[in-house]
Design a protein around this ligand. Structure first.
Ligand SMILES: N[C@@H](CCC(=O)N[C@@H](CS)C(=O)NCC(=O)O)C(=O)O
Length: 235
């Protein structure tokens, strides 16, 4: 099914359904994908309102002046920011023992430290590569290489035998690496052996499959980073 069209300043505010969780998103935004992965993982009944980021509706700007996606709304509750939303969904929609982010304060702190430090640097390096910036390689193999080291012999990032919060919060940027996608020149170098294995395992995960974007579409969107021509309704 094609994703919902991206709403512009021409579109009236879509009325909300009481009780229903709404995600303001952009179909190819990796931050919004974090929230979409968590919603899929937890099987949360929700609706997606896609926002055209180059021509945002005024009602979106009024609601969330920071003006980024994702934003989550449910009745009078509103949360913005991919990690805030993902953690909220994980906490609210999990029964005991089902959380993907550990409830143990130390474990949770370790995961959040990994996300803000090593993921942050690796994500910046991925954008550098997508933008074909000069000298992208040094940063890329340094910071994405750190992730490879962090993963080591573990199957998944937080040491579990199935993907958890730590894996889902990274996946939206790693899915663009590889032969099906935009960045096809880094995996065959042999410098990221653990990540290569992890990427293959992640592709088999049901939640990842539920949020899949066809590689040709993702590739077209990613090319926008290079050409600065972003297209949103590609499917
Ligand atoms: N820190 C934010 C960053 C979100 C973000 O930068 N989203 C991008 C789209 S991928 C955005 O909304 N950009 C606003 C714009 O392009 O005007 C989060 O984690 O949610």
């Amino acid at each position: 099914m094609a994703p919902p069209r991206h709403m512009t300043s021409e579109d009236p505010f879509p009325e909300k359904t009481p009780g229903k969780l709404r995600l303001y998103s952009m179909q190819y935004c990796p931050y919004a994908m974090r929230a979409r992965l968590m919603l899929a993982k937890k099987g949360v009944d929700h609706e997606v309102i896609n926002i055209h980021l180059r021509n945002k509706p005024q009602w979106f700007l009024d609601k969330y002046p920071i003006a980024t996606v994702p934003v989550m709304e449910q009745d009078d509750k509103l949360l913005g920011g991919s990690l805030v939303i993902s953690e909220y969904i994980d906490e609210v929609y999990s029964k005991n023992g089902e959380r993907t982010l550990s409830a143990d304060p130390y474990e949770k702190g370790r995961t959040n430290m990994l996300i803000s430090d090593k993921y942050g640097k690796a994500i910046s390096a991925v954008y550098k590569r997508l933008r074909h910036e000069e000298n992208w390689e040094e940063d890329f193999f340094k910071h994405v290489g750190e992730l490879d080291k962090e993963l080591g012999a573990k199957k998944y990032f937080a040491g579990a035998d199935k993907p958890t919060y730590a894996d889902y919060m990274l996946w939206p940027w790693m899915r663009v690496l590889g032969p099906d996608c935009e960045i096809d020149d880094v995996l065959p170098t042999g410098k990221l052996p653990n990540l290569v294995r992890w990427i293959e395992d992640m592709k088999k995960d049901d939640t990842v499959k539920a949020c899949h974007t066809p590689p040709d579409v993702l590739k077209r969107f990613c090319q926008g980073y290079h050409t600065l021509k972003y297209e949103y309704d590609l499917e």
